[in-house]
Design a binder for this molecule. Sequence first.
Ligand SMILES: Cc1cc2nc3c(=O)[nH]c(=O)nc-3n(C[C@H](O)[C@H](O)[C@H](O)COP(=O)(O)OP(=O)(O)OC[C@H]3O[C@@H](n4cnc5c(N)ncnc54)[C@H](O)[C@@H]3O)c2cc1C
Length: 473
Amino acid sequence: MTDKSKHLTLIGAGLVGSLLAIVLARHGYKIKLLEKRPDMRKLIVDRGRSINLAISTRGIKALDIIGLKDTILAKAIAMYGRAIHNMGGNVTFQPYGINNNYYINSISRSALNIDLLNECSKYNDIEILFGQNVVEVDFDNSKIITDNKDQYSFNTLIGCDGSASVIRSFYKFKPGFKQSIDELDYGYKEFTIRPNPDGSFKMAENALHIWPRGNFMLIALPNLEASFTVTLFLPYIGDISFAKLKTKPDIEAFFKTYFKDTIDLIDDYADNFLNSPTGHMVTVKSDPWSIGDKALLIGDAAHGIIPFYGQGMNCGFEDVSVLDSLLGSNNDTLSNLDLTSLFAEFFAKRKPNCDAISDMAYENFIEMRDKVGDTKFLFFKKIEAVLEHKFKGEYFSRYTLVSFSNLPYNFAKLMGEVNYEILNELAQNISDHNEIDFDLASELIKSKTKPLINKYASELKDLINDDPYKQNK
Ligand SMILES: Cc1cc2nc3c(=O)[nH]c(=O)nc-3n(C[C@H](O)[C@H](O)[C@H](O)COP(=O)(O)OP(=O)(O)OC[C@H]3O[C@@H](n4cnc5c(N)ncnc54)[C@H](O)[C@@H]3O)c2cc1C
């Protein structure tokens, strides 16, 4: 007789679903993975949410579990910092860390998803069914129905179906379930900067380019074939907004005023603006994520965040790492494994951290949008860079902890608050970072930072040794 407890049904073969399927198969589960879109390895499917994304330490750690780290990193471009383009066309570089060991990686979303799907296909215990759009979930009778009326029974259902999760939408019939879905009042459009005729990049390739313009901005991430994917983030309504850019001359005037240095770089930007879809961004919070051992939400389905820390996928991949370690640390055999408790423990571990990165993503939105050009902010960043060098191993910026460590997001958030107090105090009465009072800095770090980082001393070792990616080797 088949042991039903070993069968799991996953909905959504996106980034998190396909990675999770592999991790669960490695733990001995038999996986049915249903995906609404056609197989992207055979057909170009709709462009999805962004053409490329930044993967950093947390995401890479999860890929390492399934042995794909090096394959994926070989297809990525290292970005060592932000290249800030001002209105006059001058570019300044803000490094992410104290040296070039600190970088995030620009990777094609579809290439990553395809590699994960190919990896899934290597496992006999993973069955992927494409073109299966789940529209109804009946938890009481353990049944799902697709839009073409196919029915599947399930033992345990895992919703990896993204921020607009259909699985989550059926949780609302369960008493006590809470969710919030907040749409950002900004949308985005994507453009392309093609390579030079000789195949070279048109801008510095090892950077995340930003054109901060007050309450809107343009960013660009490099692609392996020497192009850049450019994203314009703009409010829906207001003086400068999508509502005001309706004709080709409107758009041309807008780009000429605010992004003059890009107009010769981006192909057909005005036509592209008019003819391409506008992307939307939401923050999703939900509680709880599981229904006994019947169902679990994971990735964006449980906690969609806005993209401004480059952490949505990294956070979803970290969910998978945490689930992997919970399954690994459990001594019970699979058939005896109490999934109800395991899912509850997963939620208890992840929820505070996913809430923390959600808040930080919003703060980073404000930071990227209008502070990267702000004098006080830049001064604080300069002081912070000096402290990270001078007090290596004692002072860590929030960005470093989020992007280059696997320490809990809520710890990074707390450290960010403490760091701000330190920077604020050090910035009093000085106007140049060469005037920093290092005795005071040392005292502040000793009294405020040290007691907090002591708890994570061993995890911080690789950062102290200047090799943030070593922790995943
Ligand atoms: C503009 C933008 C830029 C971003 N940049 C970054 C970045 O740089 N770094 C980063 O870490 N994150 C980034 N993110 C966030 C990242 O895209 C998401 O966090 C990540 O895609 C979440 O993965 P997921 O698998 O949970 O959901 P998704 O990627 O949304 O995948 C869900 C899957 O479920 C399928 N599905 C949906 N509904 C159903 C259904 N009813 N039945 C069957 N299948 C279904 C979908 O077709 C899809 O394949 C960005 C997001 C945006 C919008």
